[in-house]
Design a protein around this ligand. Sequence first.
Ligand code: PLP
Length: 496
Amino acid sequence: MTTISGHRGLEMEEPLIFERDAPGQSGVDLPAPPTAQTRLGRVAPRARVGLPGLSEPEVVRHYTRLSQKNFAIDAGFYPLGSCTMKHNPRLGERLARLPGFADLHPLQPVATIQGALSVIDLLAGWLKALTGMAAVAMTPAAGAHGEMCGLMAIRAAHDHRGGPRRLRVLVPESAHGTNPATAAALGFTVDTIPATAEGRVDVEALKARLGFDVAALMLTNPNTCGLFERDMLAIAQAVHDAGAFLYCDGANFNAIVGRIRPADLGVDAMHINLHKTFSTPHGGGGPGSGPVVFAAALAPFVPLPLVVHNDDGLRLAETQDEDDGTALAYGRMKAFHGQVGVFVRALAYTLSHGADGLHQASGDAVLSANYLLARLKDRFNAPFPGPCMHEALFDDRSLKGTGVTTLDIAKALIDEGFHPMTVYFPLVVHGAMLIEPTESESKATLDQFITTMSGLADRAKAGDVAWFQAAPRLTPRRRLDETLAARRPVLRWRPE
Ligand SMILES: *Cc1c(COP(=O)(O)O)cnc(C)c1O
């Protein structure tokens, strides 16, 4: 339906703020500056800077309207596989907003930030306990940054040991794209390990690729097919026998928290996406936090800064120092001390659940995914036999011959009020649909989603291709040319 205004009911058509620019308008009322001779010479501005001029109410409306176009976990079911979009307890939000945390400045004297340092220290203790690890680097800003932190510690350990240079990193073909990207960014050659027909690492193929030039294997467990790597101990043994380290991508930690300690599986380093497993609103690029836990063999190389205890409280070790045990620290990952707001939320999440609550959360996450898998597998093909861990994977085999694709199902879900699942990842499965319900959804929500997905499957089988191809119908924008957007991204507004 077209309206005269371009708005659709309470959903406003919202141009870019630059397009709303009305030169001369401003949100503040300042007296005109006294005229003065410019002394800027050749660096004096020659043209308008181009910042949009708008009144305060217009600016407020612009950003409020944009925020209302966002889909959020607070608004509805968000089963985006691999992302663990769980409820963010209001308790964590409230604590993170306490002025004593929210208004801190990283350059404050250490004596005035003892509370924040103890949050970092307490959380570090929990992360080590939950993973069975010896040390943790708290500063990495996200999972991918944590991968980089882990591989840099591994490289530092190899350099310290001496011997031939190890320039290869092994990565299973089901891995998240950040794994090979991280290894390549650090100058390693990436070698791919194939998956078995059961969706797990092919251990024989792995052994054949191991050698004196391999620095590490990067493995995700549970893996991105939603399956537990059952041969983990044999894999760790083979990696260690070759003198390499086992890096675990811990993005799927939500399936095993409080049940298995990665250290007991032979893992040497693992990042933890606090913004997935330990709550925190995320998506759209932040905020995130990716602490990395390390086994004893890598602990000496953990990057700075580290929180250390001394007589008058807590302090930050910021330099390589024998007495602090940081003599071999390889450097640092970022300025300052990490994402304190996320630490506060993660600690609140952990303490409010307690050990028994964390154990139950991972169990409920796995139960929810298996419920979805069991109820949907007669409509959508599950490529690997269950049970699954905390996410259910389907491929597009049951859509074969209908003309309807995985992308069409995702677009149709938007009209139904659901955020689509992860699609076309992992790459090892054709037309993948990776559904992660998390522990924080009710059975009623899962049932509503199952009914919708089943209805979409029936509709596809009934041959309603045109209906699918026109989806989504109810969004501010319909189907976009995603190929063009990827090939010719327009990332900056320019005046016509
Ligand atoms: C999310 C994710 C990452 C990357 O984490 P970011 O925090 O987004 O950088 C890596 N691996 C897997 C399996 C993931 O799901």
